[in-house]
Design a protein around this ligand. Structure first.
Ligand SMILES: N[C@@H](CCOP(=O)(O)O)C(=O)O
Length: 431
């Protein structure tokens, strides 16, 4: 499989090079040159098969010659080591829980897969790679954990000051070793712009081998399709096609689900659910892509004004927004509505959701009402404990701290404060 740049001005590359580069030299996102289609039989017969075998079949066309089969299997075994259960809250509403990984967020899936790939590529070539990552909350912790101690890899995390939760900040600033954190005066979009700038900076590229661990990287993005397929498998044979409601920030997650659908996975519809950073819902209503400055919200991991992966979503539909609109609806919700969503889930189903999951639930509910019925699943992208203050105050209860987090609490947060790209560059080039 080869990958081309969505900007169209860079040569095609294989999976290995796309993963090592992060983005193409023309700043475009890499996109697979063909989407492998799996026949109806593959989907109808998967319900009794071990999921690892299914995952291998699905990922193999994408990794191609870059990873030997046994290596891909080992990486997938680690990636799938934690469950992503589909829990039905009622007849019509289910929740796909993606927070059972080591950092309690869906990012653990992609970060584990990518860390496995990069560890293998660096070892095989005996090189040192610097992974740059911008985070609005959850990616940073998952990448820090996924790459901790991986030989040949240094991780540099950029996060916006005051726009991530206390637990999220602990997850990305307290591990040490090969992980460094930079606290940026700015928004997630500023952090992401710095990452992209670094890739085009000749001095940086002369001294460092850079890549990105955001979902702009195919090795982070592609494996995220697996939990949609796992949800389909768990729903069981004969289940009517599901609506998937996806809390969305950088849109890698939603795009991975829609990719699975393009590969043949039956799905009724997708719903992109955002907070007030509503560029995509406004785009879907007006067909004008016009990001506003990012605003801080309770669902901070989605505080993204200019979602990188939306270009991939459009590409899946040959950039025909009228076709995309048949498969995707998009809604935005305020913080007050988010709190209402958390309360409603608790009152109706006894379910404790985090603010991102609550936004997903609200989107699902609105879509099912508007379309006159159906059955759907919202993605619970992070554990409620990561947003402890918000959830505890909203529901008047106390959440228990999981053991993995307990050990982070007494540790000191270590980070470097920076205001812009020049300081980042100076710090990374300092000997
Ligand atoms: N929601 C993210 C923002 C970056 O998204 P990614 O999936 O592209 O890494 C976060 O939590 O940092």
């Amino acid at each position: 499989m080869e990958y081309y740049s969505l900007e169209g001005k860079a040569p095609k590359v294989g999976f290995r090079e796309a993963a090592l580069r992060g983005i193409a030299p023309d700043r475009g996102l890499y996109f697979p040159e063909r989407i492998p289609a799996f026949p109806k039989r593959f989907w109808s017969e998967m319900h009794h098969r071990p999921f690892l075998e299914i995952a291998l079949e699905l990922m193999l066309p994408f990794t191609g010659d870059s990873l030997p089969g046994p290596q891909l299997r080992t990486i997938l075994e680690k990636t799938l080591a934690f469950d992503t259960p589909l829990v039905w809250l009622g007849d019509k509403v289910g929740v796909l829980e993606l927070f059972h990984g080591p950092t309690l967020a869906f990012k653990d899936v992609g970060a584990t897969f990518m860390a496995g790939c990069l560890g293998y590529f660096s070892q095989a070539a005996n090189t040192r790679t610097t992974v740059l990552v911008a985070t609005s909350g959850d990616t940073g912790g998952a990448v820090a954990r996924g790459f901790l101690g991986v030989p040949g890899v240094d991780v540099v995390i950029l996060y916006p000051k005051g726009m991530v939760s206390d637990i999220q900040e602990r997850q990305l600033t307290t591990l040490g070793e090969n992980i460094r954190a930079f606290r940026v005066e700015g928004t997630f979009d500023d952090c992401q712009a710095m990452v992209k700038k670094a890739f085009l900076d000749p001095e940086m590229n002369e001294s460092l081998t850079l890549t990105s661990a955001n979902s702009i990287n195919v090795a982070r993005w592609l494996p995220q399709m697996l939990y949609y397929v796992r949800a389909f498998q768990q729903a069981g044979p004969g289940t009517p096609e599901l609506v998937f409601a996806v809390p969305s920030g950088n849109f890698g997650n939603l795009c991975a689900g829609m990719l699975a659908c393009k590969m043949g996975m039956p799905a009724a519809h997708f719903v992109a659910c955002t907070n007030q950073n509503d560029t995509v819902p406004r785009y879907m209503a007006s067909r004008t892509y016009a990001p506003n400055p990012a605003v801080a919200t309770l669902s901070n991991a989605m505080d993204v004004a200019d979602p990188s992966n939306f270009s991939r979503v459009l590409q899946l539909f040959q950039n025909r927004s009228e076709v995309l609109a048949r498969y995707l609806s998009a809604y935005a919700f305020s913080d007050d509505q988010t709190l209402e969503g958390i309360r409603e889930l608790h009152e109706r189903f006894g379910y404790v959701a985090d603010p991102h999951g609550a936004v997903g639930y609200l989107g699902l509910k609105r879509y099912l009402e508007a379309s006159g019925g159906g059955r759907g699943v919202f993605l619970e992208t992070a554990h409620a404990i990561k947003f402890r203050e918000t959830v505890e105050a909203c529901l008047h209860l106390e959440l228990e701290l999981p053991p993995g987090l307990r050990e982070l609490m007494p540790r000191k947060k270590v980070f470097t404060s920076i205001a812009g790209y020049a300081q980042l560059k100076e710090a990374l080039l300092a000997k």
